[in-house]
Write a new protein. Sequence first.
Length: 577
Amino acid sequence: MIRALHDLLDPAGRRVLRAQVALIVAYSVAQGAAYVLLVPVLGALLVQDTGRAAGWIAVLAGVTALAAAAFYAQAMLAHRLGAIVSRTTHRRLGDHLSSLPLGWFGPQRVGELARLSSQGVTDVMGAAGHLLRPMVAAIVTPATVALAMFFVDVRLAIATALTAPLIYGAHRLSSRLARRAAVGVRGAAAEASGRIVEFAQLQPVLRAYGRAGERHAQLDDALVAQHTARRRQLWQMSIGLFASSVAVQLAFLVVMVLGVDLALGGAIDVPELVALLVLVARFGQPLVEAADIVGALRIAQGSLSALRRVLDVAPLPEPAPAVARHPADCGLRLRDVRFSYGAHTVLDGIDLHVAPRTMLALVGRSGAGKTTVARLVARFWDVDEGAVEIGGVDVREMTTETLMSHVAMVFQDVYLFDATLEENIRAGRPDASDHAVREAARLAAVDEIVERLPGGWDTPVGEGGAALSGGERQRVSIARAILKDAPIVLLDEATAALDPENEAAIERALQALVADKTLVVIAHRLATVVAADQIAVLDEGRIAQRGTHAELLRQGGIYADFWRERTRARGWRIASS
């Protein structure tokens, strides 16, 4: 675990960790030496040799003072190390997450990352601050005592050493049980966290169907599983603790029986035997203390391993700035692109060319791969085969900063930060002037929202933009994209389910956003499809048809069927009976 902590920390943190371990070792050695010094002290006192006892007591006092000083120093450093671990882990986790493929952040990651960034980091922080000392002392102090016993009585020293396999076996059993329990608890806790987040997000749907007061079966099952896992952990840790305690007591019993036998045979004096038995009892104290923390230690090790797994996820490879390339224009090209989600092939040989400042509309059934095409352009993932190019340059040959400066995304699912209206718009370009922010807001009709809100520009929008309506959140999202002013816009139309007022405002905002831009639209509305310079019809991961609206209608097939269905549906009305 010390090695894993060392690898997790930065150079400054590693120096603190090494200093902490050195102080703990010094304390443990001094503690073991103090235990050993009890032998001559008790031996002298039991034969009433006060002069010799006073000398040994003075030495014992000096060693005890040294142990106390080392204990105090390591305790103070432990608080500092815990804070360093917390700060470093959160920073490394945040920095690494920002470098991972955007596609990695699926719904299944929510509970895992939530638990890891909160309780997981707390577990590791607690291990660094509070568990290192008993863990190291459980090895160093008994080793010091055992080594010293060879200078006191070789027979008892050998007997003590022979009990080590028994103690080690019990410790291994305890560790194995604790590790198995920790894995179960960690998985159950991640699942429960994800279900709680899901339950909170589903409140509008549950309430709309009158089910808010009902039990949510999946959440209940996850909470029950978490409770069961924790009970199982308690039992398994209790078994391990019992095994470790019994092993230590058996070791003490073996040495005591041998010592009594030696004393009855006259091999050693009774005062010496009493002192040695006190020493053996002290020998087991750090081991018992270590057995008490083995469960917490395994939990911390599990959290540390989970952090390591996340940190080991390969980030998107990115060229060095010196060799990175820059697009010549804002045209797009997909060359024989193949992409799969695991074993499921989504795109199979996609070839597309979108000339600069033209519009491509992607049409097809749900699951045909439309959103995947748009997200590959933004490099949510890297293609399995082929290439995605912007301005004649493979997106893999650009830095993330260059790629993101060329692409703006407006999708149906809008997320706003728990900040003010202005701060959410400014996220598109943090260094933008106030005038630029206000102009982007005007073009997206956000200024109308500002006038209605009591706090104006400084109104908090709530977590995820909960204080705004869906149409208002979409306007803020478009204002953010307008402010960014990227030459390529990826748009998943989001006006179909909006009220007429918001739809009209967003249509005007989109016109301002896409002016003189290369546009890739996942098309849902007829007007958008007709206006596209090029339409690509996706079917089962391939391009089934391509061309303009008129060309595709003449061809017949999937697109013509799509057009007839949408035209017929546009005239639908709900009639009263």
